[in-house]
Ligand binder design. Structure first.
Ligand code: BMA
Length: 376
C-alpha cells in the first residue's frame, strides 16, 4: 500500500514537473478557470447529463445512502450534480427540500473527488417577509436589501452564511471544489422575489453585483457564474440585456426549460432561446447549458430522444440538468420513469455523457480508480 502511494506521488510529481515545463501558465490557473477550460473542452465530446439532488432521493426511495436513480438505471452517476442551498440563510439544518446540509456538503466533495462537476442554486426565503422564495407579495424586497436599505445588514448575514458553507467544500487534502453558482435564476419571470414583479431591471443588476462582489471577495478562485433566465421563446438582444449582469460577471449562460404544456410550443420556444443564447455565447465567449429541464412525471416515454435532444443537438451545449426526482414530482431519468428504456439507449449510443465519460479513468497498481487523486 505504502509502495503504491509512493509510486503515485512520484508519478504525480513527475506529471506536475513536466506539465510545468511545457505549459507554465497552468500552475497559475484558479479552480474556476480550470473548470471553465474543462467544460469548454468536454463539450466537444458530447452533452453531459446532470441531475438535481441525484443521490438523496429518487422516485420510490429517499435518504438511503449510496443510491442514485441515474446509477441504478445506467450504471453511472450523472456527470453534473446540482444541489440547492435554500434554508442555509436561516441556519436551518436541512434545505428547503429537507436535505441535510451536512449531506449536501459531503456529496459535493464526493462528486468532486470522483471527477464530477457541481452546480449550486439558492432559493432563499424572502428577506422582507420571511416567506418563501416564491413570496412576491412585497415589491420593495430587493430595494430593501440593497446597500442603504432596511434589510441590507440582514441580507449580508445571509450571504455570509452561504460563503461560510462554500468555504467548507474542500477535500481533506487539496484545493476547494469549483462550483457553478446559479443565483437569482429565472429572473425574467415573476414567480421569485428577485423576479420581474418585485424589482426593476436596474435593481436586479444591483442585487446580482452586490451578491457577486461579496461572494468573490470570500471565494476568489472557485466560482463559475451562471446566469440562467427561464424559457422565454422570443429573446431579442435588447430584451435579454435588460437584466443581463454583464460580460465581466457571467461565464456560463443557462436556460431553465421545462415542458409544462404542449410539446410543439416547448420545442419551438426552446429552439428559439437556444439559437439566441448560442449566438450570444459564441460572440461573448461564454459557456452554454440547459441549467434546469424536464417534463413533469415523464408522461412521454421517448421524451429524451424525440423531444429534448433533437432541439439541443445543433447547439454547443455543455450539459442539461434534469430537475429532482421526488415522489411527488420527478423530472430526471429512473428505472421507475416511463422514459427508462429511451434514456438507457441514449447512454448506449453516447448521446448523453455521464461521470465515467468525463472523469479520468486512471487506475493505480491495485486496480483502484485514482481519479480522485488527480482532482485533489
Ligand atoms: C422547485 C420545486 C420545488 C423545490 C424547489 C427547490 O422547482 O422542485 O418543490 O422546493 O424547486 O429545489
Amino acid at each position: 500500500m505504502k509502495k503504491t502511494i509512493l509510486l503515485l506521488l512520484a508519478a504525480t510529481l513527475l506529471a506536475t514537473t513536466s506539465c510545468q515545463r511545457e505549459t507554465p501558465k497552468f500552475q497559475y490557473r484558479t479552480q474556476s478557470e480550470k473548470l471553465i477550460a474543462r467544460m469548454d473542452s468536454l463539450r466537444n465530446n458530447g452533452l453531459l447529463y446532470g441531475h438535481q439532488d441525484d443521490t438523496f432521493y429518487g422516485i420510490t426511495w429517499q435518504w438511503d445512502a449510496g443510491r442514485s436513480d441515474t446509477h441504478e438505471l445506467v450504471g453511472d452517476y450523472p456527470a453534473v450534480m446540482g444541489f440547492d442551498l435554500g434554508g442555509l440563510e436561516r441556519s436551518e439544518k436541512n434545505n428547503l427540500d429537507g436535505v441535510p446540509f451536512d449531506r449536501i456538503e459531503s456529496e459535493i466533495i464526493a462528486h468532486y473527488k470522483r471527477g464530477g462537476i457541481v452546480t449550486l442554486s439558492w432559493h432563499p426565503r424572502n428577506p422582507a417577509t420571511n416567506g418563501s422564495a416564491w413570496d412576491v407579495s412585497d415589491t420593495t424586497v430587493v430595494a430593501s436589501i440593497l446597500p442603504g436599505g432596511k434589510n441590507h445588514e440582514r441580507f449580508v448575514t445571509w450571504m455570509r452564511k452561504l460563503t461560510n458553507f462554500m468555504k467548507k467544500l474542500k477535500p481533506v487534502r487539496g484545493r476547494s471544489v469549483p462550483i457553478i453558482l446559479r443565483p437569482f435564476h429565472e429572473a425574467n419571470g415573476g414567480w421569485f422575489w428577485w423576479g420581474t414583479k418585485c424589482c426593476t431591471d436596474e435593481q436586479y443588476k444591483q442585487l446580482w453585483a452586490m451578491f457577486q462582489d461579496f461572494v468573490n471577495a470570500e471565494l476568489p478562485n472557485n466560482i463559475v457564474w451562471s446566469y440562467s433566465p427561464n424559457l422565454q421563446g422570443n429573446w431579442t438582444e435588447e430584451e435579454f440585456m435588460r437584466r443581463y449582469p454583464g460580460n465581466d460577471r457571467v461565464q456560463l449562460l443557462g436556460c431553465d426549460a421545462y415542458q409544462w404544456e404542449d410539446e410543439k410550443s416547448f420545442i419551438t420556444q426552446l429552439d428559439a432561446d437556444l439559437e439566441f443564447l448560442d449566438h450570444f455565447a459564441r460572440e461573448n465567449h461564454k459557456l452554454l447549458a440547459v441549467t434546469e429541464c424536464g417534463i413533469r412525471n415523464s408522461p412521454t416515454p421517448d421524451w429524451w430522444s424525440r423531444v429534448l435532444l433533437p432541439v439541443l443537438s445543433p447547439y454547443s451545449i455543455c450539459y442539461c440538468l434534469a430537475w429532482r426526482n421526488w415522489h411527488v414530482e420527478h423530472f430526471g431519468a429512473s428505472v421507475d420513469a416511463s422514459t427508462a428504456d429511451d434514456f438507457r439507449e441514449l447512454k448506449a449510443k453516447r448521446k448523453l455523457l455521464f461521470l465515467k465519460d468525463i472523469a479520468p479513468q486512471i487506475y493505480d497498481a491495485s486496480g483502484r480508480n485514482s481519479a480522485e487523486i488527480i482532482w485533489l
